[in-house]
Design a protein around this ligand. Sequence first.
Ligand code: SF4
Length: 170
Amino acid sequence: MISSKKIKTTCSYCGVGCGIVASVNQQDKVLVEGDKDHPVNGGMLCSKGMNLHYVVNDTSDRILYPEMRWSKSHHLERVSWDDALDRAAGVFKSLIQKHGPDSVGFYVSGQCLTEEYYIANKLVKGFLGTNNIDTNSRLCMSSAVVAHKKTFGEDSVPISYDDIELADVF
Ligand code: SF4
């Protein structure tokens, strides 16, 4: 048990990158609080970051092993990594052979690290031979960027964060 150990890390949810302090309590539950020394958030967290520990502590819906349906009418069943990867590779291969590399595409999580994006891009562009890869890192913000450009002429945070503290109503 590491009840007194506190680890400074970064919220995994969005690109703002708020600093958090994670610790484990006496019941072995992870606790999360805003890092008061962090320049981005000064100890504050939005509702997603504030509830991060619920997600960490609830493992009931966590995917721990590969599952697969042998066809749409089959139930989802546990399979080995080899079976899952062979099946995925086989389906990709047959589509590419039949319709060309641009018939497949990857939509990648927005929560990956730079190195993971590099590997995914290398696989898709360098190995499969298509540019059909994008990530939620871009799509998640693109609608906001377009709206800000149309409204303000540029992409920016529309207010000063200090105004939040000074406002009577927000
Ligand atoms: S606390 Fe909220 S704003 Fe900060 S990184 Fe997490 S999700 Fe983004």
